[in-house]
Design a protein around this ligand. Structure first.
Ligand code: ASP
Length: 318
């Protein structure tokens, strides 16, 4: 796929990408997603294992993960790459080796790409400065989770054709969520209006500067929205006691059949996972036909394939 649009060698944050770069990645991801769907139905998609054959991709996760790590690894393997999964507790990090020394060594071993998740905001940028390999941010503290923003945009774009003039509400713990930040940047660059809402202590001051509006309550957040994305309270990043309890939270900000009546009938419901059923979202909402949650996971593999191809300069000819 020849393109006039340059894509960076590292994917660190969506704030730094242009709309054209985001669209380039989404177009490629949409092709991969379509091919995966066809393959599931038994027809043979184009062979993609040549694209990254002989390349080595190392996933380094310093925080827990289910979807992101496995989908990066599935994506890399489906492109023919060799994949190594770095285990923090079984590595020399447990003996006191620093992050920079660790990644320099992985670089010397021959990594072509490092996929990094870390609790500290900015860690993937630090890694990118220390190595020769491409670096993809798989979530850094409360800063960004670029491939999550991209996969959410892909699922929405496939449903709507365009995000132009659509309204997406993001409700929950905005203050500690990297998913919120990546989505605000991505969705607004693609022409959508973004509205955020959540308990007062979980809405950071000045968030509007990123390009969103703030709703005071769930009704204001949901009224007229084309989609709502529920976010988990990031307990692992919250040290103080200003948190609402789970029951309190689900009563005021949780999505259930009753609160969904505030949404237009055809509006979509999303969640990046992991879902705490009955807190951010009830089981019936999660499993309802308007839920995009499993489609988001499916988009995740395709988006990560596209991110690896673009960062590693693999040329997708057909
Ligand atoms: N899985 C997402 C993340 O890593 C969302 C979450 O954990 O709530 O940020």
């Amino acid at each position: 796929m020849a393109s006039e649009v340059d894509f960076p060698r590292h994917l660190l944050e969506l704030e730094a990408l242009t709309r054209e770069q985001i669209e380039l990645l989404l177009d490629l991801a949409a092709r991969f997603k379509h091919e995966r769907a066809k393959a599931r139905k038994g027809s043979a998609p184009p062979e993609r294992r040549e694209l990254l054959r002989g390349r080595t991709i190392i996933t380094l996760f310093f925080e827990h993960s289910t979807r992101t790590r496995s989908s990066f690894e599935v994506a890399a393997r489906s492109l023919g790459a060799d994949v190594l999964s770095f285990q923090k507790d079984a590595s020399s990090v447990a003996k006191g080796e620093s992050l920079e020394d660790t990644v320099r060594n992985l670089d010397a071993i021959g990594a072509d790409a490092l996929v990094v998740r870390h609790p500290a905001a900015g860690a993937p940028r630090l890694v990118a400065r220390a190595v020769r390999a491409s670096v993809i941010n798989a979530g850094d503290g409360a800063h960004e989770h670029p491939t999550q923003g991209l996969l959410d945009a892909l699922s929405l774009r496939e449903r709507w054709g365009t995000l132009e003039n659509k309204t997406v509400a993001i409700v929950g713990d905005i203050a500690h969520s990297r998913v919120a930040r990546s989505n605000i940047h991505c969705l607004s660059k693609l022409g959508a209006r973004v509205r955020v809402g959540g308990p007062r202590t979980l809405i950071p001051e000045g968030i509007e500067k990123l390009g969103c509006t703030v709703a005071r309550d769930l009704r204001e957040a949901l009224t007229g929205a084309d989609a709502v994305m529920a976010l988990r309270i990031q307990n692992e990043r919250i040290a103080d006691a200003r948190l609402p309890g789970a029951r309190d939270y689900s009563r005021t900000w949780g999505l259930d059949a009753r609160s969904l009546e505030m949404l237009p009938r055809d509006a979509l419901v999303m969640h990046p996972g992991p879902v705490n059923r009955g807190v951010e979202m009830s089981s019936d909402v999660l499993e309802s036909p308007r839920s995009l949650v499993m489609d988001q996971v499916d988009s995740g593999v395709a988006v990560r394939m596209a991110a690896l191809c673009l960062c590693l300069r693999a040329e997708v000819k057909r």
